[in-house]
Ligand binder design. Structure first.
Ligand code: PLP
Length: 376
């Protein structure tokens, strides 16, 4: 039995054409036509008032986004606790301190009440947070209106981590355009991929230019190599960007395919009272359903989750994965401040991500269905 993976790369077909073009022109460098075209394609998708800089990873994009928010050593930065570690690591790169926030139960994302508590606490200690890193978990938009209200009330910029949410929308506004600065990831397992890559998005052209300046070793305008700032090597390769150009042509299909997977699971689980899915709370939310995730609403949810996860792997060769382990529970961030209750911890204990790739065949979906029927 071939392994069924959680999420695999899914080429559209024209990627090679762009890569061949890079080879033909010998543009094997972190700049070139594919990089420009890829940025243009993302910009056309998100909206023409947006400026896009293609980077080597989503993590690099978050690092630069925090620098653009003037985050410095010993500053505090708010971050959704339930997320992939890449949302929080760049805070540490800068010598700043993360303040983690619990999730709410509807979208599983940053809880506005705990967020305001954390902001007020920071202000009282004369440590007003420099930025709010909010995440669209598994493609599900966070409660943007509530978060934006707090961001404006206390004048703290939102760094929108849209790594998992290209193609998602909140009130018809595309994820990746909601933050004061936003980022995307094109890692191998994301909804589209450049094998590895990311992007920073801003409506301010100067900020885009500054991001590119920092991403290309911060060279001053001089014939020799002169530097007045610390720089980084964070630009996207022209070969990788070629993959991205091909992938942008099929983005809408990929979103539809992932949403169809989610429908398939929702239909399946509708007859299991103790299993709930992560679903759009209202028509304001449109998820790309990058990953379909379930929750065992049962007192021994953890045991049931583990039994299913292990059996799917051992007996059926089907990969599943617990939800992201919250950052405030990670050994590396022990000692960090945390606001909220135990929602994210509870989701982590009882939740499971299911195979969600856009390339899943009908036969594979049937194999998953039969395995689930057997095990539940
Ligand atoms: C994947 C991911 C990132 C990091 O992106 P990379 O391109 O892998 O560096 C950041 N945040 C979240 C929520 C992610 O899922």
């Amino acid at each position: 039995m071939e392994k069924i993976w959680l999420s695999t790369p899914h080429m559209g077909g024209s990627e090679k054409k762009y890569i061949d073009d890079a080879f033909d022109k010998n543009w094997i460098a972190p700049l070139g036509q594919n990089v420009n075209l890829f940025e243009h394609k993302i910009q056309s998708f998100l909206g023409e008032d947006k400026h896009v800089a293609a980077l080597s990873s989503g993590t690099a994009a978050l690092h630069l986004a925090l620098i653009l928010c003037d985050v410095e050593r010993d500053d505090e930065v708010i971050c959704q606790s339930m997320t992939f570690s890449a949302s929080a690591n760049p805070i540490a790169y800068l010598g700043a301190k993360p303040v983690f926030i619990d999730s709410e139960r509807e979208t599983w994302n940053i809880d506005p009440n705990a967020l305001e508590e954390a902001i007020i606490d920071g202000i009282k200690r004369n440590k007003k947070p420099k930025a709010i890193v909010a995440v669209h978990l598994y493609g599900m938009p966070y409660k943007h209106d509530e978060i934006k209200l707090l961001s404006e009330k206390y004048e703290i910029p939102i760094v929108e981590d849209s790594a998992e949410a290209l193609g998602s929308m909140y009130k018809d506004q595309k994820c990746g355009t909601l933050g004061d600065i936003s980022i995307l990831s094109f890692n191998g397992n994301k909804i589209i991929t450049t094998s590895g890559g990311g992007a920073i998005i801003t409506s301010n052209l100067e900020k885009k230019q500054k991001a590119i300046f920092l991403a290309t070793q911060a060279r001053d305008d001089a014939p020799h190599y002169q530097h007045s700032h610390i720089g980084y090597n964070y630009r996207l390769s022209n070969v990788s960007a070629g993959i991205g150009c091909g992938q942008m042509e099929v983005l809408k299909d990929r979103v539809n395919q992932r949403r169809a997977n989610h429908n398939f699971y929702q239909h399946f689980f509708s007859t299991y009272d103790h299993i709930k899915m992560q679903v759009e709370p209202s028509s304001d939310f449109y998820s790309n359903y990058w990953l379909s995730a379930i929750l065992f609403e049962d007192n021994n949810g953890y045991e049931l989750r583990e039994k299913l996860r292990i059996n799917l792997n051992d007996k059926y060769n089907i990969e599943t994965r617990p939800l992201w382990k919250p950052m405030h529970l990670q050994p590396v961030f022990s000692g960090a401040k945390y606001f909220g209750g135990n929602v994210s911890e509870d989701l982590f204990n009882r939740g499971l991500c299911l195979p969600s790739g856009s390339a899943l065949s009908e036969e594979e979906l049937n194999r998953i269905k039969e395995a689930l029927e057997e095990e539940l």
